[in-house]
Design a protein around this ligand. Structure first.
Ligand SMILES: [Zn+2]
Length: 229
């Protein structure tokens, strides 16, 4: 689909990890992503932290591209993979470190229809050509409108089972149209350019697909687990 891999740093500033992505200081959405701070003293307005998502790479990629030609920045189509870190209680469902893969497309005339087409095609390649997909309205600070994408449960075929908690659907990713403030912060004029972004967790997808019931296995270094893949 023409997405090029873009790798970005794991240690970030608060400005890149939050502020440029439309999380102002003290914004309640920050509580969705409790952070590991590396250095805060003396940097109260811009502490250094372990990135909580791969999204700061969106700003870095847009700035690199728009710096080349500020009047006429080129279109972007990238995939951003990498490790992310959150200060959370470790449970069977959540880890303090995990991978994310994020996608970003920016250009003239990109619409929500492009987002739906791209993600529906992705879901079918990942979960089978017959996979049914649905989009649910959601909220993220850096996209507007935002949505979460579910795929029909491939364990029970949508009838309802333990894996899908009897809903018939499994949540696979979050997405939305890039917020105008985020485009602006990347050097793209939001009156002229639009874009979409999506993000997903490979560990969670693998857990769904291979019926792995505890995320801690990925870091347990048990060869009997790892050798299966
Ligand atoms: Zn099910």
């Amino acid at each position: 689909m023409g997405f090029q891999v873009y790798t970005s740093r794991e240690v970030e500033t608060d400005e890149m990890n939050f502020q440029m992505l439309n999380f102002p200081p003290h914004h309640p959405a920050r509580e969705m992503q409790d952070s590991f701070y590396v250095e805060a003293e003396g940097r109260e307005d811009n502490p250094i932290l372990m990135r909580t998502h791969t999204s700061p790479g969106q700003i870095r990629a847009m700035r690199e591209a728009s710096a080349i030609n500020p009047q006429n920045p080129p279109p972007i189509r990238i995939a951003l993979p990498g490790m992310c870190y959150r200060y959370e209680q470790i449970t069977a469902r959540s880890e303090i470190q995990f991978n994310q893969v994020e996608g970003l497309a920016v250009g003239e005339g990109i619409t929500f229809a492009d987002l739906k087409g791209t993600l529906t095609d992705f879901a079918r390649r990942m979960f089978g050509q017959d996979a049914r997909v649905r989009f649910r309205a959601s909220y993220f600070p850096f996209t507007e409108p935002s949505a979460e994408v579910d795929v029909e449960c491939f364990v029970c075929g949508g009838k309802g089972c333990q894996v899908c908690k009897n809903s018939g659907w499994l949540e696979i990713l979050g997405c939305g149209m890039v917020h105008p403030n985020v485009l602006q912060n990347g050097g793209y004029d939001p009156k002229r350019y639009t874009g979409f972004a999506f993000g997903m967790g490979p560990e969670r997808q693998l857990m769904l697909r291979n019926k792995i019931n505890d995320i801690r296995y990925f870091w347990g270094n048990n060869v009997r687990f790892l050798e299966q893949f």
